[in-house]
Design a protein around this ligand. Sequence first.
Ligand code: NAP
Length: 294
Amino acid sequence: MSAIVIDGFSVAASVRARVAESVGALRSRGVEPCLSVILVGEDPASVSYVTGKAKALAEVGMKDRSIHLPASTSEAELLSLVAGLNADPSVHGILVQLPLPRHIDESKVIMAIDPAKDVDGFHPASVGNMVLERPCFLPCTPHGVLVLLREAGIATKGAHAVVVGRSNIVGKPMSILLSRRDCNATVTVCHTGTRDLASFTRQADILVAAIGKPRAITGDMIKPGAAVIDVGVNRVEDPSAKRGYRLVGDVDFEAACEVASFVTPVPRGVGPMTIAMLMENTLLAATRLSAAGE
Ligand code: NAP
């Protein structure tokens, strides 16, 4: 079998194109959608994610109010910055790039963001609304996975979805979204406490890997004909690469291509979707906040 490789890069480009059109319509009504991304410190992966977000904002025509603070920034300083952005009507979305330096309590900062501007969907109010199937900002990475599944024509209804990983930003919301009535999948969640991981992954019609371990999912762990979504982004040393490393996913891609019916690549799979969904959430925030202010 040779799997269909899902092109997240082009699906993300079409999401951004749709967002750009709506941004144009909002601008013609005098609303300038604006996102503030706050980066604290110099973590190389975070710097690269923030650069990607700035590029996407420019592409869709949104205002970029990104703020880069030194790693020595105190928790109180960061909380006061967030409070200022909450109160600023020209800012529609606030995203604090994680991880934060150790001396700052991440959950305190997330809780400080106004839920109406919580475009990452990490505030407990957003998470609660997601669980209750009420309108909210969906977390960007799992939401991006749902859009990829839909665009590739992969049916979730009645499917057995196995999610490996239960982090608050990927695995947990992914499993909740797949089990909501609009997806209607039967979901199994696996983690480090799971005994015999392969016995579960081999049952998956849809397998989502969000582990953070290069090529942890091998070909023999995949059910023939499954759809395999690889969320992992891992740097592995590669002296032949210009930067000395290359990015690989949590799935052995070549082996998965032999067994599965659909596979997402790394890079150009889930990654670009995360940023595209962030643009969509910021557009939604600007639309709601401007309507509330009219
Ligand atoms: P994380 O917070 O480290 O969570 C990893 C999860 O995987 C945990 O729940 C952990 O279980 C589970 N796990 C680890 N080793 C396992 C094993 N051997 N067997 C079963 N479960 C195992 O990571 P994350 O933030 O969710 O990110 C996961 C991956 O996705 C990373 O590579 C990250 O870079 C990538 N990512 C990509 C995007 C994107 O846009 N493409 C966005 C976010 C993250 P425990 O809970 O028991 O520890």
